[in-house]
Write a protein that binds this ligand. Structure first.
Ligand SMILES: Cc1cc2nc3c(=O)[nH]c(=O)nc-3n(C[C@H](O)[C@H](O)[C@H](O)COP(=O)(O)OP(=O)(O)OC[C@H]3O[C@@H](n4cnc5c(N)ncnc54)[C@H](O)[C@@H]3O)c2cc1C
Length: 380
């Protein structure tokens, strides 16, 4: 029992843990090996209301708060990092921008089916030549009558192959200072000229679907502009602030899984006539791991709480994402160390956590970019 949680948050935790232990964890190693995206599990998560967890009921959601959503990400990530990433991306990147910035009509058309778990969405910002420097986007959208014509490409876009629509950022002009104006557009995945490929062979989060997108004269109606056409850049910065809370929660979940395996193994493994958990060197590792996980979890809850209160949370989301992802890497690494040679073998399932958690230091803003965001928030 976690006494820092409300009754509702505790119930979500138990419900998602139960679901993840039954429907996800037993298959995670196989999905990792086969790079299989578990679409059927997403259908079941939809039925449980998890894909609409932080959205109001009027939009097909469950009316939960951001802390509940972070708890759900952590629990799914504890079972499978790849499924956790796709879940976090579906909610934070696919659906949330439409909830934050969409018109009522766009919410009804695109958000409601996603929140009910009937469809998935994706968010296409990164390009081969514009990653951290997303302002360097080269994809263009040119207005032609009542339609925008999109040309360009995006890389490493989560869930796109299974999505009904992708929110795509594109350059639509230059501002007075000669800087690119970036606009977000909702692009249906069945649009003519829109090609989606998923050929990446990833190090980790292999159950997550990751895609390359190519746009060749893809036409979308003007009504598909998301939010203010001049403010696509600001909008995705806000979207990423929220997304970072979920990536931090995912790092906590993966670290928790690695820690639990290490603790159990340390109690069972006998060397020099006693369980290795009796060696102070191992105890200190486990103590540090437990403490760091708890600290990261609290940072996630604080950032989520600030978001729910409508208070600024950019700095705290970056704190949480940066600390949790680097903590996750340390913890998963130590979990392998505690397993010794067995930890290096796939059979023991700890090496998968290290491969999965590494992505948390890269996606939705690398650790270096988080430090830049924090420094800016400090007024540097
Ligand atoms: C599995 C996976 C899923 C993803 N899902 C999505 C998705 O759904 N949607 C999406 O839009 N993107 C997605 N991405 C892309 C991800 O967000 C980018 O990889 C990330 O933002 C970094 O960009 P980059 O890879 O181009 O690295 P680069 O920007 O080329 O960075 C390379 C290195 O340089 C450092 N660096 C760059 N600029 C600076 C600077 N100013 N100061 C200091 N260091 C700097 C970086 O920190 C990094 O260490 C995904 C990526 C992966 C691997």
């Amino acid at each position: 029992m976690d006494f820092s949680l409300t009754k509702e948050q505790q119930m979500i935790k138990e419900m998602v843990r139960d679901f993840a232990e039954k429907e996800i964890a037993p298959y995670a190693a196989k999905w990792d090996e086969e790079a299989h995206f578990p679409l059927d599990v997403f259908r079941k998560m939809g039925e449980l209301g998890l894909l609409g967890l932080p959205f109001p009921e009027e939009y097909g959601g469950a009316g939960g708060d951001t802390i509940s959503y972070a708890i759900a990400v952590e629990e799914i990530g504890r079972a499978c990092g790849g499924t956790g990433l796709s879940y976090a991306a579906a909610v934070s990147l696919g659906a949330s921008p439409i909830y934050y910035f969409g018109t009522e009509e766009q919410k009804q058309k695109w958000l409601v089916p996603m929140a009910k778990g009937e469809t998935l969405g994706a968010f296409g910002l990164t390009e081969p030549n514009a990653g951290s420097d997303a302002g360097g986007t080269r994809t263009t959208a040119v207005l032609d009558g009542d339609e925008y014509v999109i040309n360009g490409e995006k890389c490493w876009i989560t869930n796109a192959q299974y999505a009904r629509q992708v929110i795509v950022t594109a350059v639509t002009g230059k501002d007075a200072r000669g800087k690119n104006i970036i606009t977000a557009l909702i692009v249906p995945t069945d649009s003519p000229g829109f090609t989606i490929r998923s050929n990446y062979d990833k190090m980790g989060v292999r159950a997550s679907n990751t895609c390359e997108l190519v746009f060749e004269n893809v036409r979308v109606p003007k009504e598909n502009v998301l939010g203010d056409p001049q403010k696509g850049f600001k909008q995705f910065l806000y979207t990423l602030d929220g997304g970072r809370i979920s990536i931090a929660a995912l790092a906590v979940g993966i670290a928790q899984a690695a820690f639990e395996k290490a603790l159990q193994y340390a109690k069972e493994r006998v060397q020099f006539g006693q369980s290795i958990s009796k060696f102070q060197a191992i105890q200190f590792k486990l103590a540090d791991m437990a403490m760091e996980i708890e600290l990261a979890r609290n940072m996630v809850y604080k950032a989520a709480w600030l978001k729910d209160q409508g208070k600024p949370f950019t700095k705290e989301a970056s704190f949480a994402k940066l600390f949790a992802s680097e903590m996750g890497f340390r913890v998963c690494n130590q979990a392998i160390q505690i397993h010794g040679g067995y930890g290096y073998m796939k059979e023991y399932g700890v090496e998968r956590h290290l491969r999965d958690v590494k992505l948390m230091e890269i996606g939705e803003g690398t650790s270096e970019i988080q430090r830049l965001v924090i420094a800016r928030q400090l007024g540097c």
